[in-house]
Design a protein. Sequence first.
Length: 417
Amino acid sequence: MYQQSMQSMSLVPGTQQKSVTPGQSGAGGTLPQGQQPAQQGVVGQPAPAQQQAAIAPRQQFMCPRRPNHGVEGRAILLRANHFQIRMPRGDLHHYDVSIQPDKCPRRVNREIIDTMVKAYSTKIFNNAKPVFDGRKNLYSRDPLPIGRDKVELEVTLPGEGKDRVFKVTIKWVAKVSLFALEQALEGRIQTIPFETIQALDVVMRHLPSMTYTPVGRSFFSAPEGYYHPLGGGREVWFGFHQSVRPSMWKMMLNIDVSATAFYKSQSVIEFLCEVLDFRDINEQRRPLTDSQRVKFTKEIKGLKVEITHCGSMRRKYRVCNVTRRPAQTQTFPLQLESGQTVECTVAKYFKDRHKLNLQYPYLPCLQVGQEQKHTYLPLEVCNIVAGQRCIKKLTDMQTSTMIKVSQISYCLYIAST
């Protein structure tokens, strides 16, 4: 995505090796000995005298200069998970981005901006490849031909059933100086330009965000060549954490391995079996008990599912509830072509409309979308959408399995480097 505009910004291959002398003093942002960070006051209570002095206009942090180099001890060789970033000279151009309708997730925002850059590649972006943080900040290596004027563009995303139209507003904000950061790293100035570090972080995170599944400051990909189930429809995904860090004379990219729990991409019937500990769905030839339904509802509520009964159209929905009644008795208001509204069961609707005889009419339905719209889907026509991180609390057994798997993976990673 940013290969052209950021082509001169790259990583030095291989792990960074440093020669360190034990007892050597370090450089960086530490407070002087005996000095404590200022504490924030409690709303509604008067601040103590010591705190009132600290409540002053916020000053920019000044990094202390390194007093000297260590000479005592024996030099040793360290291998660190830090990689040097080669920075180009010049400036980056910062633009503010506003997307309407707003409140879209970052993944959708990135799709919108990616589609916009491709659609207006010649007219607006001069074939440049800007980077985007998924919210409001866009950076370009060269200035866009829009100058400092606010420009509004229309972007259309193809969707299931109908396209979605967004209005994107772009406005120039400021120039971000890479030279100022270089000066600070070399010790010529003491003020670190954090806006430049933020811009570099967006640059280094742009392509992984478009390629992998971002979670916080980490990136994950679907399992390939390994499989670590946690039970309950969950599995372990491995990825990497990255962050841009300033160091002496150069910028560094810190990379580390990470692991977290995701929901398996599988049919909802298989998910039901894992959650309720069924070896096979054919063992369950009767409706779920109240306790089984409550347990299943707790696990699937809030997840995204995609339908399988409409051919190539795999429309996605978010589960809001699970019905108390099975598909063969669960009814909803159906409007006929004559305009008359009748009560129809879910099983009968799928038989008449989609020519589909349900295999498990005794199982409940998923209620999706908004609850007041009465949209019900049989379990057997739904799959769990891939790439959904598990934010619910893991069981003690799942936590234990996660720790063991992560330890083994980290040992293998260390042995391979």
